[in-house]
Write a protein that binds this ligand. Structure first.
Ligand code: ZN
Length: 307
């Protein structure tokens, strides 16, 4: 009897997995209907912020396949919220520098557009993260540089995780809820850190001052990060970025991913290394993310998203 029960159970689990895969695929197919050329509204938003050279990107069949796979790999909550709240997901060429794109309000209240730099579709996560991180420091004669290694997924999936979490946050009011465990003791207001995070090296970075920091201070900065609740320096810029970074990296962690920040000398020898996904203050908050994704209705504004 036992082996028969075992067989029935494994057959039931297999059919559950097939049903989940089918739902994932169906939701990703429906989300792909939102993928296309940016609306005039989106183009005007970019142009009015001074990005005059932006152009709509025409996606190839292969690029559309990659986007669909990345959408299917989002957490179920993100997919459901995007189906309800996303107007457009579009890709553009000509974003100056290493900009990524943005999540912006849609034409109707409570709706959003996600617009991304098209070249991220073919970018590795390590290239994406390193380029972004190096902007935060000024180099000197020492030849010391920062390199970020991200494993477990690619830039497109990571960026979609981050941006879709902004839509989830706006919808569920996660970082906008007083005493939310994602902000209490860390954020006083959306852009104002609480004590003790409002003093020390983490306040000297590009994300707090908008000025690149000397590379010689990088070691002290990452040392402070390792004793903080933040998974990245970018997470210190605002409570919404903190939450988006935390959810994105928790998902990458669940895919057996890794994040390593290294300082190397002019010969490429590693001087110091940090692994933010293992920082104690971050690991504790990953538990909050898992609880939230399993039960988003714990936030009143997302009562409709029962699991
Ligand atoms: Zn963001």
């Amino acid at each position: 009897m036992l082996w028969l029960q075992g067989l029935i159970l494994s057959a039931a689990l297999t059919s559950l997995a097939i049903a989940q895969d089918a739902q994932q695929d169906q939701q990703a197919t429906r989300l792909m209907e939102k993928v296309g050329a940016p609306s005039q509204f989106v183009m005007n938003t970019f142009k009015s912020s001074g990005m005059l050279g932006v152009k709509p990107h025409t996606l190839t069949g292969e690029e559309r396949q990659k986007i669909k796979a990345a959408l299917a790999a989002l957490p179920p909550l993100d997919r459901r919220v995007l189906l309800d709240r996303l107007d457009d997901l579009s890709f553009i060429d000509g974003i100056p520098g290493e900009g990524t794109g943005l999540t912006s309000p849609g034409a109707h209240h409570g709706h959003y557009n996600i617009t991304l730099r098209a070249s991220i579709i073919d970018e590795s996560l390590s290239t994406f993260l390193t380029t972004k991180e190096r902007r935060d420091f000024t180099s000197d004669d020492s030849g010391i540089t920062v390199t970020v290694k991200g494993q477990g997924t690619d830039a497109l999936h990571y960026v979609l995780l981050h941006e879709s979490t902004h839509v989830v946050d706006q919808t569920c009011r996660v970082t906008f809820t007083a005493h939310s465990k994602f902000v209490e003791g860390i954020w006083k207001e959306a852009h104002t850190l609480d004590a003790p995070w409002n003093t020390g090296p983490l306040n000297e970075t590009f994300f707090r001052t908008h000025k690149p920091l000397e590379i010689q201070k990088a070691s002290a900065v990452y040392g402070a990060l390792s004793n903080s609740p933040f998974v990245s320096l970018y997470a210190t810029s605002a409570s919404a970025e903190d939450f988006a970074e935390l959810v994105a990296w928790d998902e990458v962690r669940h895919m057996n991913g890794h994040l390593v920040i290294e300082l190397t000398d002019r010969h490429g020898a590693v001087l110091k290394q940090w692994q933010p996904l293992t920082f104690p203050g971050v690991v504790k908050r990953f538990e909050y993310v898992d609880e939230f994704l399993a039960n988003p209705a714990s936030f009143k504004a997302c009562a409709a998203y029962k699991t």
